[in-house]
Design a binder for this molecule. Sequence first.
Ligand code: GRG
Ligand code: ZN
Length: 326
Amino acid sequence: YNFSSRSKLMSSTSSSQLVADKHVRYILMAEKKESLESVVMDHLRMNGAYWGLTTLDLLDKLGTVPEDEVLSWVMTCQHESGGFAGNTGHDPHILYTLSAVQILALFDKISILDVGKVSSYVAGLQNEDGSFSGDIWGEIDTRFSYIAICCLSILKCLDKINVEKAVAYIVSCKNLDGGFGCTPGAESHAGQIFCCVGALAITGSLHHVDKDLLGWWLCERQVKTGGLNGRPEKLPDVCYSWWVLSSLIMIDRVHWIDKAKLVKFILDCQDLDNGGISDRPDDAVDIFHTYFGVAGLSLLEYPGVKTIDPAYALPVDVINRILFTR
Ligand code: GRG
Ligand code: ZN
């Protein structure tokens, strides 16, 4: 039995619509402690919670979640250092710190944070060359540059880091194809491009991007079935509906892909019986690709899905509330 495949017989009729209610039920199940998926993902539960809760909010169903329970669990993951872990009793990392801050933003509860402490943890991970490490062990990656900048911007503490150096490091990861990699000289990858373009967008530095060159590379990611891949010659995957599409929007080149074909590809990845979205049609669903599918549809202005901000990866109403009212 191929565990990673869904039976074709079960979901033989592909839907031309988003089965939103089934996805909501799937997420609420997956977020419960007892589910198989939550056991497998124990160490990165904070990320899973962010993906699931953001998807619920995009579908206007955040109200169905026990808010107090979620918030007190999030706070059990915070360390003395100010950083957050993937779950209670684990080590802090910048990856989970952003997810924790994003979850609090969704519930409009940034106020329960010691903002000075969290922002000092993040700022403390900046290196002399402007790059960021993920935690005390020191791995450097443009993912962490994005996370630091996104997190500190939500907390309104960007002045705690050297933004100029942070931007210069990201620009040093730009390649001749217009894309970006994880470190200087590393191959362009759609995931890293999202991180670098997102960080440049948040800091008002998009003039460092060659929009036509990068837009060309990004729109070439669309394959015959309508799906997007993350690099040349690779298979399409629903998650690139987020990484690629958000980048195209930030550089104003989203009209360079066939939107209708991408919508169809995402809808074809739904499990019509039990809810959830997979990476490719007929694969098993997971909470990450359910987020990427719904967030992708949001970027494609699909009816009934709230608008998501392509740089902050949070609903636009949440970002407006945080950045333009305090
Ligand atoms: C808040 C949206 C948000 C993100 C936080 C963690 C992070 C910041 C960004 C991750 C960016 C990234 C590198 C995404 C790529 C993930 C991915 C699908 C990797 C697989 O790459 P390959 O090359 O797989 O192994 P392919 O698809 O090429 O076969
Ligand atoms: Zn994927």
